[in-house]
Each structure stands twice: as structure tokens, then as C-alpha cells.
Design a protein around this ligand. Structure first.
Ligand code: SF4
Ligand code: FES
Length: 138
């Protein structure tokens, strides 16, 4: 039988962050954006007392892979006029603000933040699956 994906929950009693480590693409956005909460050197690595619920929700919304999400919350579609594109060195292109991806076989509409593979090694092409962060021989 296939292994069940790991899903962990962290709560401050007001909001609950859901963490799916297998989905993380190692963008570092959480670590850089709210290091008082997201810190790989601490255990647990998510400290729900490190910031307000609002700050945590705002940061989780930025997670490009949806490895982080808020339990019971579906984020509203953002205003596309504030679209932003970020190039991660040796990693993906992150697009915030939603859009449409035209593929030969399908059309994907996304409303939040997504990350596109730039290394050519993703198994979920055109989206980044975190492979860029692994050693080439793996
Ligand atoms: S993909 Fe999400 S959880 Fe993983 S490092 Fe980036 S922001 Fe953090
Ligand atoms: S850039 Fe992340 S898998 Fe290619």
C-alpha cells in the first residue's frame, strides 16, 4: 500500500496552519517572510505564538506550492492588477496574482500564487515540484 502523505497541523487556538511537507518546493518564502514563526532551527518549526493570526494568514497565502494552508479557509481571488513575478535563483519563477496557463493539452486557471519550473527537472511540468533543490544524482 502506498504511504499516506504527511500532514501536520499547528494552531494558536484561533487559526490552524496545515503543513504538507511533501508539497513544499523550498522557495524559502515562509522562512524569509515571517522568521518569528517559520524557523527550521526550532521544534516545532512553526511557532504559532511568533506573530498575530493575521500575519500568519497573510504569509501562508504567499506559499507558492500550497504546502502551507489555513484549515477551513479558501482564499479569495485576488485583484489581478497587482500581479508580481519573482525569479528564485536556481529555482522556480513565482507568479503572484493569478492568471491562465495555456498548455498544448489543457488550460489551467490559477487564482493565487503558483511557481513554474525553470530547471527543466520537475515531474509536474510546467510547475515546480521542488526537484531543483535536490542533488542531481538523486
Ligand atoms: S513552498 Fe511554502 S512551505 Fe515550502 S518553503 Fe516555500 S513558502 Fe515555505
Ligand atoms: S525549478 Fe523547481 S523543479 Fe525545476
Amino acid at each position: 500500500m502506498a504511504d499516506q502523505p504527511v500532514i501536520k497541523e499547528y494552531t494558536n487556538g484561533e487559526v490552524t496552519v496545515i503543513w504538507k511537507p511533501d508539497t513544499c518546493i523550498h522557495s524559502g518564502i515562509c522562512l524569509k517572510g515571517l522568521s518569528r514563526v517559520f524557523d527550521l532551527k526550532q521544534r516545532p518549526w512553526i511557532n504559532m505564538e511568533g506573530a498575530t493570526s493575521e500575519e500568519i494568514v497573510t504569509l501562508v497565502r504567499e506559499c507558492p506550492s500550497k504546502a502551507l494552508s489555513i484549515k477551513g479557509v479558501r482564499f479569495k481571488e485576488p485583484d489581478h492588477s497587482d500581479r508580481e513575478i519573482i525569479l528564485i535563483p536556481h529555482g522556480p519563477m513565482i507568479v503572484k496574482g493569478g492568471g491562465t496557463v495555456q498548455n498544448r493539452k489543457q488550460q489551467d486557471v490559477f487564482h493565487e500564487t503558483v511557481s513554474f519550473c525553470r530547471c527543466g527537472r520537475s515531474k509536474k511540468h510546467p510547475y515546480c515540484d521542488g526537484t531543483h533543490a535536490k542533488k542531481k544524482e538523486e
